[in-house]
Design a binder for this molecule. Structure first.
Ligand SMILES: O=C(O)CCC(=O)C(=O)O
Ligand SMILES: [Fe+2]
Length: 211
């Protein structure tokens, strides 16, 4: 038997400046998941409106800047829409994970000030879009997947560029920056499944330097 054939690759290049790090978050999951669960209990994710309609994911945020939408548009906001209170800080385990993933992808100075939490149920999806509301495009995006699997669609600079389909699992991280910083990406409709830790959900954390 070839043991190495069974082993997951550590670093999968997706495009210039972009990579997939399978299982990157697994070593810190025992600390990360309770911290995230506590946040989600205190700040239940909500379905946001956007000019394109109601999103199929529910969202919450951590950090200096949360991501909020309404029928007129969306923006980074320093306060939570329902309470006007600041968002809770990003837990150190998540900040350190994001910095380590960015470092591995070739971005040594990543200090995110925003962590968007997207909660997917079976059937939830995210259409192809660019992340382009941040001020400094020299800073990458670090995206962590938890729970049931999902197909991440990673395209190119134009909406019509055919995306590659990346089967993301619990603990996988994707990083994109540099020339791929504004590449189109999205998530295919999530298939019903069950995960020992997260049940029927997929949770994505998107870490960014917003301002
Ligand atoms: O859920 C994902 O994997 C992607 C989320 C995303 O692209 C976003 O929130 O901008
Ligand atoms: Fe995005």
């Amino acid at each position: 038997m070839d043991l190495f054939a069974e082993q997951q690759p550590e670093f999968v290049p997706l495009a210039t400046g972009a990579c997939w790090l399978p299982g990157f978050a697994l070593p810190v999951m025992d600390t990360l998941w309770p911290a995230l669960q506590q946040h989600l209990c205190q700040h239940p994710p909500q379905q946001m409106m956007t000019p394109m309609g109601l999103m199929s994911v529910r969202t919450s945020s951590m950090g200096d800047w949360g991501w909020v939408g309404n029928a007129h548009g969306y923006a980074y906001s320093a306060t939570q829409p329902d309470t006007q209170l600041p968002w809770p800080a990003i837990p150190p385990v998540i900040l350190e994970l994001a910095a380590a993933a960015a470092r591995k992808a070739g971005y040594p100075d990543f200090v995110p000030d925003s962590c968007l939490i997207n909660v997917y149920e079976a059937g939830s999806k995210m259409g192809l879009h660019q992340d382009k509301d941040e001020m400094d495009f020299s800073q990458p995006i670090v995206s962590l997947s938890l729970g049931i699997p999902a197909i991440f669609l990673f395209g190119g600079a134009r909406r019509t560029d055919k995306p590659v389909k990346i089967p993301l699992q619990h603990g996988d991280v994707v990083v994109w920056g540099g020339v791929s910083r504004r590449f189109y990406h999205g998530v295919a409709p999530v298939k019903a499944d069950s995960h020992p830790l997260l049940g029927s959900k997929r949770i994505n954390l998107t870490l960014r330097k917003a301002k």
